[in-house]
Design a protein around this ligand. Structure first.
Ligand code: FUC
Length: 801
């Protein structure tokens, strides 16, 4: 049995006799008992709730699986309306100077203690011009209108372990199989059609595209080319699909379609691109024709097996790093039925756990599929969008949503997926400096509530969601965390520290002294997306505290005493944004305005608990308890992403059962049949937030200690998780029984002191260096042990009788 087969067996709970080979099985035939498959017994008719997503980061496609009419709606991440190609595009910067506007709002807040958002938006906002929206690229259609409608054995699946989608059915004694994948290795979407008998494949392949663009379709030598320009901003786009056949005939049609008849096998290779470039201020680069042609030529010259093997190897290099076994056993039922049964409470416990474990891994699948180097980061819908005017433009909201997309990246061992995030944020610095200067009169850079790929760093005028100058500082947390998780000092020096210093400059200029107590506060300050404007709302203070604290730590690491000193000076005067209010809650604002009946989806004042690290339930019981009071009052409802955030909050409060309850709530009321998160509508942040939340139940490391199983739910009493990452560049495997860890393996990437917390250490245990077999000396303080670790060694803590 291969290692991967062993892993699958562990996941599905079958022994060696029942082993399934997960790599070499015939394409498209998903094993019915696999825990890492979504499958359905009918085609999708609705994109949002039923289609199955595949993606390579830059490219995405959603598979419908119709028998007579197959449809792959596809996307390329950079196809956006808006930006400099649109007359009057202003990046959200004021079109004429407003020298006293911010001062006017500050003065009102100082005089009245607060200001009405409508009024603030009228003073500081301006209508959005040319913001644009992420675009549907088109549909790849395969029509065989004469194919029989009544087929048997229909199955449409998505194999999350291999990142392949498939459709199988039988008709007239022939079994038809289709398999699709989006390959980051070859930057293409690939499909293969086969049949159990020869000469059975006949259909017409076409590409369609929305009509908000000039478009031409041509077919030559089996290559369908769609090219044109968007009406809105004249962005150039092109897609090419090569239709390759074995046996039968292939005909190019004058209308740009290709007809295949009597073929034994058909392979489709698609790629797409635009002339977008991530460079301020033009955001335009080369015409996409040459690059798209080359990608399709290169891929079409490879065999299907080669393309598939390259894709699966590339994907599994990332995906296989983490496995979760909580005693799951997926029922042999379509995934939508499993979800319905989960909601109804009619699943067995192993069946419930199977959906939970699948949902965890599905988030990792979606992140790998929508965030690879060389393109834009995952947007509000990852990379999948079938509309020309998607909800919220399918943009980059940065008052939580983009950040949430990347919460699972480091801890679930997918650090590579952060590359597009950092490239994107870096690209905001140039336009963000202009906004900082023109609107705020500050040094450094800024971005507000939401942004697009064209450097929209300024403002619009929606009162409850336009002002969020803290967004950049929040994003900077991801840079510093990337350093902490990887210990990549080059990244710290060359990428993280420069951007953090620039944000520190912005905030050093922006903070004002609060006459109430002489502390430095943010004003105007707004807790997303409710309440009045005020001075020193908790989230503003906590994010700025996080930025200055992390920058000071980075400066110390890099030996920059000047920055370590200046950040320290400001921190000493900064209001930390942590107050316990009249009903024991953590205050959302500096004044005690919290309403215990408020169930708003944003729980912004708990930033300090998660994703921040200012409140630790292990060391600050008073503040943790106040956070708990606030969270309890907010309730267990909310939109998809809000529930996902609450999984993380409860995990940080070390309450595994409540954390798990929120996971249940998300699956019950905020998850679509294709397991996409719904706000509603579909919004992918909740998928990523939930995956992060599950990881937070199993491993935390935000306070200098690797905390193993900090919030294990009672229902997951026995299990194991392998491959999660802790800060300090440590990979952690854990096995537990009866709710208590029985074995912890630590694989540090470098030498140094390790602090590890676990209930295992309050019992009899042994710590050995698995590389040498030597017993390891440690110091113990309660449930925490400290020892010197050698990089590349493995350390094993084992329960002993
Ligand atoms: C924030 C949220 C909304 C939505 C939007 C995309 O503004 O408050 O609920 O998720 O982002």
């Amino acid at each position: 049995m291969s290692v991967s087969a062993a892993l699958v067996c562990a996941l599905v709970g079958v022994g060696a006799a029942g082993a399934v080979d997960h790599v070499d099985r015939s394409p498209g035939l998903a094993p019915a008992d696999s825990a890492l498959n979504l499958w359905y017994d009918e085609p999708a008719t609705d994109w949002e709730t039923q289609s199955l997503p595949i993606g390579s980061g830059a490219l995405g496609a959603s598979v419908f699986g119709g028998v007579q009419n197959e449809q792959l709606q596809f996307n390329e991440k950079t196809l956006w309306t808006g930006g400099p190609g649109v007359a009057g595009y202003d990046s959200g910067n004021w079109t004429s100077p407003r020298p006293d506007a911010i001062k006017q709002v500050q003065d009102k807040i100082a005089a009245d203690g607060q200001a009405d958002p409508e009024w603030v938006a009228s003073v500081l906002g301006q209508p959005k011009t040319g913001f644009g929206a992420y675009q549907n690229f088109g549909e790849l259609r395969i029509s065989q209108p004469t194919a029989p409608q009544d087929v048997t054995g229909y199955r449409r699946g998505l194999d999350v372990a291999n990142a392949t989608a498939s459709v199988t059915y039988a008709s007239g004694g022939t079994t038809f199989t289709r398999e699709y994948f989006a390959s980051a290795a070859d930057n293409t979407v690939v499909g293969r059609f086969t049949a159990s008998k020869t000469k059975q494949l006949g259909f017409t392949v076409s590409v369609t595209a929305p009509d908000n663009r000039a478009r031409t379709f041509t077919a030559k030598n089996g290559r369908i080319t769609l090219s044109g320009t968007l009406n809105d901003n004249k962005m150039r786009f092109e897609s090419q699909v090569q239709v390759r056949t074995v046996g039968g005939t292939r005909t190019d049609n004058a209308n740009g379609t290709v007809t295949v008849s009597g073929a034994d096998e058909v392979v489709l290779v698609l790629s797409a691109g635009t002339d977008y470039a991530p460079t301020y201020p033009s955001y335009r680069g080369a015409d996409p024709h040459a690059a798209v042609t080359q990608r399709v030529d290169n891929a079409a010259a490879k065999t299907y097996q080669d393309l598939r093997a390259r894709h699966v190897a590339d994907y599994r290099k990332l995906f296989d790093r983490v496995s979760l076994n909580i005693g799951q056993q997926m029922p042999d039922q379509p995934t939508d039925d499993v979800l319905t049964a989960y909601r109804a409470g009619t699943l067995t416990a192993p069946g419930r756990k199977a959906l939970e474990a699948l949902f965890f891994q599905y988030g990792r699948y979606l992140l790998i599929s929508s965030s690879r180097a060389g393109s834009l980061p995952a947007n509000l819908q990852g990379v999948w969008n079938n509309s020309t005017s998607p909800p919220w433009s399918a943009d980059y909201h940065v008052n939580i949503n983009l950040q949430m997309n990347y919460w699972p990246a480091e801890v679930t061992n997918l650090a590579e997926t952060t590359t597009p995030l950092f490239d994107y944020v870096d690209s905001m610095v140039a336009p963000g400096k202009v906004t900082a200067q023109r609107i705020y009169g500050n040094r450094g850079w800024v971005v507000n509530n939401e942004t697009n790929p064209f450097g929209f760093t300024g403002l619009h005028d929606w009162p409850t969601a336009f002002w969020m100058p803290e967004a950049g500082a929040w994003l900077a947390q991801h840079y510093y965390d990337h350093y902490l998780f990887t210990k990549d000092e080059k990244f710290l020096r060359e990428r993280a520290f420069p951007i953090m210093k620039s944000l520190v400059e912005f905030w050093a200029d922006e903070l004002v002294t609060d006459p109430r107590d002489g502390k430095l506060v943010v004003s105007p300050s707004f807790s997303p997306e409710q309440g009045p404007f005020s001075a020193g709302a908790s989230i503003s203070q906590q994010i700025v505290w996080d930025l200055f604290t992390n920058t000071r730590a980075a400066a110390r690491t890099l030996g920059d005493t000047a920055v370590a000193g200046s950040t320290g000076t400001i921190l000493a005067k900064l209001d930390p944004g942590l107050r316990v209010g009249s009903w024991g809650q953590l205050q959302e604002w500096k004044s005690d305005w919290d309403d215990p009946k408020n169930t708003h989806r944003h729980v912004s004042h708990l930033f300090a608990l998660h994703p921040g690290h200012q409140i630790s339930a292990r060391t600050d019981p008073t503040l943790a308890n106040a956070a708990k009071v606030s969270l309890t009052a907010r309730g267990d409802g909310g939109t998809g992403w809000s529930k996902a955030w609450k999984i993380n909050f409860w995990a940080r409060l070390l309450d595994g059962d409540h954390s798990h309850l929120m996971l249940e709530e998300q699956l019950k009321s905020s998850t679509l049949p294709n397991l996409w998160d719904t706000h509603s509508p579909f919004q992918i942040d909740g998928n990523f937030g939930a995956t992060s939340g599950v990881a937070e139940m199993l491993l935390q490391s935000q306070n200098g200690v690797i905390d193993v199983l900090p919030a294990l739910p009672g229902g997951w009493a026995d299990g194991s998780v392998n491959g999660l990452k802790a800060r300090g560049d440590v990979t952690v495997d854990t096995r537990w029984a009866g709710g208590v860890p029985s074995r912890i393996t630590l694989r540090p990437g470098r030498s140094g002191e390790l602090k590890v917390g676990s209930d295992l250490f309050t019992r009899r245990f042994r710590l050995v260096d698995a590389s040498s077999g030597a017993v390891v000396q440690y110091r113990r303080d309660g449930r925490t042990i400290t020892f010197q670790a050698e990089g590349s060694h493995q350390y094993l803590a084992l329960a002993t009788p």
